[in-house]
Design a protein around this ligand. Sequence first.
Ligand SMILES: [Zn+2]
Length: 74
Amino acid sequence: MGYSTKVNSIVKDVVIHRYPCAQIRKRGGGPGKYGQVHWGDFDALDAAEEYAKKWEMKGYQKKYCSFCTKGLTI
Ligand SMILES: [Zn+2]
């Protein structure tokens, strides 16, 4: 099972999702109205975390999707 990160440069947050999350499927809508949304794909949570951390250092807030990461041990 893979993980996905969603970076929003307007809200300034990075959200970690776990497949299969309904939120990820919404990415079919494209990169957002203002091109502000960037998706990343990762095989392991570690890699997703590491990526999210890079954004965190830029002042972004790291979050976990309340749907798909519920009950997940992080
Ligand atoms: Zn999710």
